[in-house]
Design a protein around this ligand. Structure first.
Ligand SMILES: [Zn+2]
Length: 283
């Protein structure tokens, strides 16, 4: 069977990158990653069929709202967004892939008008239950989701790596941003030092992840749908905020978590070291 072409630039015949075996949901999965010979995008030409249900939310550790480290991540992400688009009662913020709703609940508390999209409606129930979140939710097929709404901000946190055809969703985002609206995307960075040191053992390579970006391919993908990248970074939070959160978790007896977070913070200030990449782009 012929492998599908590059989802970003349509170049045929992707080259083998590497093959790994992973366990998830009681199954063993073989993931064969490939790399586009033209734009360098790394993807899984034959994506495994993963069910995004409530089990997925629990198994992948997505329920995180009480964790001080996660609170800092969310607060500082919202601070970064607010510097570009300040909150207001008419400022529409769409979280595309809401997880357990923690980010969206905090965005609503800041004064943004919250909207949530997710293919997994289990997250909507969790968001109501855990955070009392009231927002406009949709899990409809994309063509029917928020058809007449233009958003001021669309946020995709750890979503795009799950999409076999990321340009379909990015194009939808571009069409649903008001002119000058902001798109914020966070995903893994397969060209990071962390990813290259770990190679096949990189924990980010997992059955649910089928698109592996870098600073370069993420910017390229956004440009393909007519968005203009503004800036990229590995982490959002400051050293001062990291110290505050580290103290909080150490008080909970979580020394290892605290020290790891501090190490991530310090190395995250150097480009292309940590596993994450965050990009801001405007329409
Ligand atoms: Zn390509």
């Amino acid at each position: 069977m012929e492998a599908r072409p590059c989802p970003l630039c349509q170049t045929p015949d992707p080259r083998p990158y590497f093959t790994v075996r992973r366990h998830y949901g009681g199954h063993s999965w073989v993931l064969a990653l490939a790399r586009c010979p033209s734009c360098g995008f790394v993807f899984v030409p034959e994506p495994p069929a993963i069910a995004y249900d409530e089990h997925y939310l629990h198994e992948e550790g997505i329920i995180t709202g009480q964790d001080p480290l996660e609170q800092v991540r969310v607060e500082e992400r919202l601070n970064a967004i607010a510097r570009r688009v300040p909150p207001g009662p008419q400022v529409r913020l769409l979280d595309f892939g809401i997880g357990d709703g923690h980010f969206l609940a905090q965005a609503a508390a800041r004064g943004y008008l919250p909207y949530g999209y997710d293919i997994n409606p289990a997250g909507f129930a969790l968001a109501r239950e855990l955070y009392g979140l009231t927002a406009e939710f949709s899990s409809a097929p994309l063509a029917e989701a928020f058809p007449a709404t233009l958003f001021d901000i669309i946020h995709l946190n750890e979503v795009i790596e799950h999409l076999a055809e990321p340009l379909v969703v990015l194009r939808w985002c571009a069409d649903h941003l008001r002119p000058g609206g902001l798109l914020v995307v966070q995903t893994g960075n397969i060209r990071s030092l962390a990813a290259r040191i770990m190679g096949r053992r990189w924990i980010y390579i997992r059955p649910a992840h089928v698109s592996y970006f870098s600073h370069r391919t993420l910017a390229f993908a956004l440009q393909q749908v007519g968005l203009r990248p503004l800036s990229q970074r590995s982490i959002d939070w400051s050293v001062a905020q990291a110290l505050r959160a580290t103290r909080a978790v150490i008080r909970q007896g979580r020394w290892r978590d605290g020290l790891h977070f501090l190490a991530v913070t310090l190395t995250g200030k150097i480009p292309n070291v940590r596993r994450g990449v965050v990009i801001d782009a405007v329409r």
